[in-house]
Design a protein around this ligand. Structure first.
Ligand SMILES: C[S@@+](CC[C@H](N)C(=O)[O-])C[C@H]1O[C@@H](n2cnc3c(N)ncnc32)[C@H](O)[C@@H]1O
Length: 232
């Protein structure tokens, strides 16, 4: 598909309706897909307000079926790497990429939590991406802290900005973490996320939760600070 960098939000949302989602979502991996509406709002803001997608090298952590990767590609990213621990999700994503005829995208089967470990700092991927986008697992009982691990991994991979979704109820915690790491954090929007009835533990037809769309940006010394903190 030809790149359409100045695409309108509604138009992007329309294209993203065609992204196939998880066949059998896995509760333990918190596999709830980002809706086309939320994905388009996020990506359009990242692109039009901050110019952080067009011609940028982007990583999508917890890529799932690829809606954020596909949207980034449509908005002109020069390259996108999608990372997920689940091979089944990556298979759906690969199929979507084929349907959308997308090149300049790679998929990596890896555990993002491992990328947040100190050893990962010496990884070749460290600091290699301009922009990191993600809708990470929120961190349920068995998964506590995974939201923060995803953010830390994002900051290690990115040389500039990380955009992420977090439950609004965790806002204070996330902003404190950001301050501790020495990065600038801004809540760009509060969104209503309709967790469709895809996961077993959601008994109601739809569950609305409030989610913050957050931007974290490296400061002059935040990479160094992050390194020191990880090793201490
Ligand atoms: C909330 S879903 C978001 C999926 C997709 N990015 C989207 O926006 O629709 C979270 C994704 O993170 C993946 N995931 C969960 N734990 C992971 C881990 N430790 N490492 C990598 N991916 C993980 C899940 O398989 C799932 O695809």
């Amino acid at each position: 598909m030809a790149k359409a960098v100045a695409m309108k939000r509604k138009e992007l949302e329309g294209y993203l309706q065609d992204v196939d989602t998880f066949e059998k979502p896995k509760v333990l991996l918190e596999q709830y897909p980002t809706t086309p509406h939320i994905a388009a709002c996020m990506l359009h803001t990242i692109s039009s307000t901050f110019d952080d997608i067009s011609d940028k090298c982007v990583a999508d952590l917890g890529v799932g079926c690829g809606i954020l990767t596909i949207g980034s590609n449509m908005l002109g990213a020069s390259y996108v790497l999608g990372v997920d621990v689940d091979e089944d999700a990556l298979a759906v994503c690969a199929n979507n990429l084929e349907e959308f005829e997308m090149s300049n995208v790679d998929l990596l089967n890896a555990d993002v939590r491992q990328m947040a470990r100190p050893e990962a700092l010496s990884s070749r991927l460290s600091g290699q991406f301009d922009t990191v986008v993600m809708n990470p697992p929120f961190g349920t009982k068995h998964n506590q802290g995974i939201d923060v691990d995803f953010l830390r991994a994002g900051l290690m991979l990115s040389s500039n900005a990380v955009y992420s979704l977090h439950k609004s109820s965790t806002r204070e915690h996330i902003l404190k973490k950001a301050q501790f790491w020495g990065v600038d954090a801004t809540v760009l929007a509060k969104l209503r996320y309709d967790l469709a009835n895809t996961l077993k533990f959601h008994k109601k037809k739809s569950v609305d939760i409030e989610v913050d769309f957050i931007r974290l940006v490296h400061t002059e010394d935040s990479r160094q600070r992050l390194q020191q903190l990880l090793w201490s």
